[in-house]
Design a protein around this ligand. Structure first.
Ligand code: IMP
Ligand code: MG
Length: 337
């Protein structure tokens, strides 16, 4: 059973939150995180907050093995520090083909005025490293002796798990609308962030996939340049409680109300069979920490029902707070319909 978690819009939809919830509930044997250190995922569990840039958010489940797939990139200092902080040394697998970012690529991006001024890049060296990989000059995880204990053929391990009927969680990073190919180029990141691109980084065929979950937030945010339909002024965003700051860069995020038409298109193109919406408690204060759909305030239920009509897909997971377990899970209900 392989589930792919895809960001629906511009990243920061709460993929970390959904991944941690599903890790605790579904107990995946392996969790894989694609992408790289420009993407910060936040996991909150039992009063602790973890800001992750390499390690899969599913680390919260101590029995889940954690994998970095061939198409991902790591940076040694960030990775080793995170592994230490999360105490995950004994269950980490890094594919030998994972790209390794060094300070040289970070410097290259910091000096690049297009990335800094026009695109609003996070300047973590990811695009520069990826371009070196394309030119076949980037060093990979297998070239670093300090990683030798962790090197595993990740796609092979995933195929084995799948054959054994075990669960695999694949955590994408950023969001569909930041895809290098399918987003609003050049206001995009340096990878294909949609479901098929995520799978491409993992390196197994599409027939292994069982569920594609697209994740949205109950409002929309974007950092960096590019269009944002219905963008609010910072003051309006603050009044609505939509004000957020980036996990990696600390920049204030631009904000807009949820865009159901765009969500509909994104769901279709990703061939998603499930939708998660996080932070419903920001729109409806009385939704905070509710775990049962029927216990939501009427206006929150009406909002979800009307969004389901507009986006054309069932909302199976609803986030109602920052803790991993602040979630309404309607997966059984929806599959029984
Ligand atoms: P880069 O990938 O760091 O070069 O950034 C390119 C664009 O993608 C910029 O607008 C960034 O703000 C945005 N971006 C990159 N990673 C993330 C992320 O994890 N969340 C949200 N936006 C991101
Ligand atoms: Mg983020």
């Amino acid at each position: 059973m392989l589930d792919i978690l895809v960001g629906g819009f511009y990243g920061d939809e709460g993929k970390g939150k959904v991944a941690t919830y599903l890790a605790l509930k579904d107990k995946p044997e392996i969790a894989v995180r694609t992408g790289s250190i420009n993407a910060g995922h936040t996991a909150v569990y039992k009063g602790r907050t973890y800001r992750l840039r390499s390690i899969p958010s599913a680390f919260i489940n101590k029995r889940t093995r954690l994998a970095i797939p061939p198409g991902a990139l790591i940076k040694l200092d960030v990775f080793l520090k995170e592994m230490e902080e999360t105490h995950t040394k004994d269950r980490i697998m890094i594919d030998g083909h994972v790209g390794v970012i060094t300070d040289a690529e970070v410097e290259e991006e910091v000096k690049n005025s297009i990335l800094s001024k026009e695109i609003g890049s996070t300047k973590q060296g990811v695009g520069a490293a990826e371009s070196k990989r394309i030119m076949r000059s980037l060093k990979l995880a297998k070239d670093y002796s300090e990683l030798s204990d962790f090197i595993v053929d990740v796609p092979k391990e995933i195929v084995k798990c799948s054959k054994d009927g075990l669960r695999i969680q694949v955590e994408g990073s950023q969001g569909h609308m930041l895809s290098l190919y399918h987003g609003e180029y050049p206001y995009v990141t340096s990878r294909n962030t949609m479901a098929s691109g995520i799978l491409n980084e993992v390196g197994v065929g599409p027939k292994y996939v069982d569920n594609i979950v697209v994740i949205f937030k109950a409002f929309t945010t974007r950092v960096g340049a590019g269009s944002l339909r219905g963008e609010l002024s910072p003051k309006e965003a603050q009044n609505l409680g939509f004000l957020e700051f980036g996990t990696v860069t600390g920049r204030q995020r631009r904000a807009a109300p949820f865009d159901p038409e765009l969500a509909n298109a994104v769901i279709k193109i990703n061939s998603a069979n499930q939708v998660a919406i996080t932070k419903l408690d920001v729109l409806f204060k009385n939704a905070a920490k509710v775990n049962d759909f029927n216990k939501l305030p009427k206006e929150a239920k009406d909002w979800i029902n009307s969004m389901e009509d507009k986006i054309g897909a069932p909302v199976t997971l609803i986030g109602t707070g920052e803790d991993a377990l602040d979630m309404i899970d309607r997966r059984k209900e929806v599959s029984g319909k």
